[in-house]
Design a protein around this ligand. Structure first.
Ligand SMILES: [Zn+2]
Length: 310
């Protein structure tokens, strides 16, 4: 059998695959960082074999709580991802699987590749209400892409939504894909009403380098971009620098920074108290927004989330 991860978003090191009952793997840490947890690999020549994949360095992962009751994702066609049970003994993560095909892919969450990202941008720009703008370049030379929906007119609210600062949180870009699909739909009355009053800027992927490298949390230089907004630099965080520059040009009335959580299966809003200039009035606006959203959208709730200042 063969284990490989030399593809877009791949991450695994194979120590020993000579015995299908004892396949020894380790997750590679993010470049210039100690963070790791994202994995994505292919096992080949495994049809009808009882395979035991052991991630031997699971105990050193960024959030070991994420291994409790965890189900990995697997796919034969790389479109449909199904769940597979795992077990964690406090040291190693075990995935047991018998493949019905010659090759099977495993990942931490459903992958969102940079190729799919390129497809998303290409699809969006063909909408007459969408403009695609490249704001800058990453350390690996990839583009920092922004999509604008709606016309710039005075009096319109300016909405910014960015996603996937943490590349292992692939669900954040799946969220963006769903949003783009709604925004291009001229028959969606909610979208039409919003675009009458607002202009929307999207950065579907804040961390292309980490995404392509198969990182969990950081960019090519090992920077946690979520911690760079106070003082971004060309050397450590050009991704944040170019997006922040654009936000300063356009202004911002409403912003969402989309993440995924390893353990909490809920949609919630957290972390606003860390914003510069946060005050009582803004907190009240946020509470009204959250309650209104929870009332009209069964996917959103306010009971579960992070405590303030966590
Ligand atoms: Zn995150």
């Amino acid at each position: 059998m063969f284990i490989s991860s030399q593809f877009d978003g791949g991450n695994i090191e194979c120590l020993d695959s000579s015995d299908p009952a004892n396949i020894l793997l380790t997750i590679r840490a993010d470049n210039q960082s100690d963070f790791y947890q994202w994995f994505y690999f292919r096992a080949a020549n495994v049809r009808d074999l009882d395979c035991r994949y052991l991630i031997t360095n699971a105990a050193g992962a960024a959030y070991t709580g994420g291994w409790e009751g965890y189900q990995a994702v697997a796919s034969y066609d790389r479109e449909f991802w199904f769940r597979v049970e795992t077990s964690y003994d406090g040291e190693k993560l075990l995935i047991e699987h018998n493949s019905s095909e010659d090759q099977v892919y495993f990942a931490y969450f459903a992958p969102y590749s940079m190729e799919r990202h390129a497809d998303l941008l290409a699809f969006a720009q063909t909408s007459e209400r969408c403009q695609a703008e490249t704001l800058g370049v990453t350390l690996d030379g990839q583009s920092m892409d922004c999509l604008r929906f709606g016309e710039i007119e005075s009096g319109r609210k300016v909405i910014w939504m960015v996603a996937r600062q943490h590349p292992g949180e692939t669900m954040a870009e799946w969220w963006m894909e769903g949003l783009v699909n709604r925004l291009v739909d001229h028959s969606d009355p909610v979208v039409n009403a919003i675009l009458d009053k607002a202009v929307i800027y999207l950065v579907p992927n804040m961390n292309p380098d980490g995404s392509r490298r198969g990182h969990l949390r950081t960019n090519a230089a090992g920077s946690n971009l979520n911690r760079e907004w106070d003082n971004p630099s060309e050397e450590k965080s050009p991704e944040v620098l170019c997006v922040l520059e654009k936000i300063k040009q356009t202004g911002l009335d409403f912003g969402l920074d989309v993440h995924g959580d390893e353990a909490l299966p809920y949609n919630f809003i957290a972390g606003t108290e860390g914003i510069t200039g946060w005050n009582h009035e803004r907190q009240q606006q946020l509470e009204l927004y959250k309650m209104t959203l929870a009332n009209i959208n069964p996917d959103f709730q306010v009971e579960n989330g992070y405590p303030p200042n966590s």
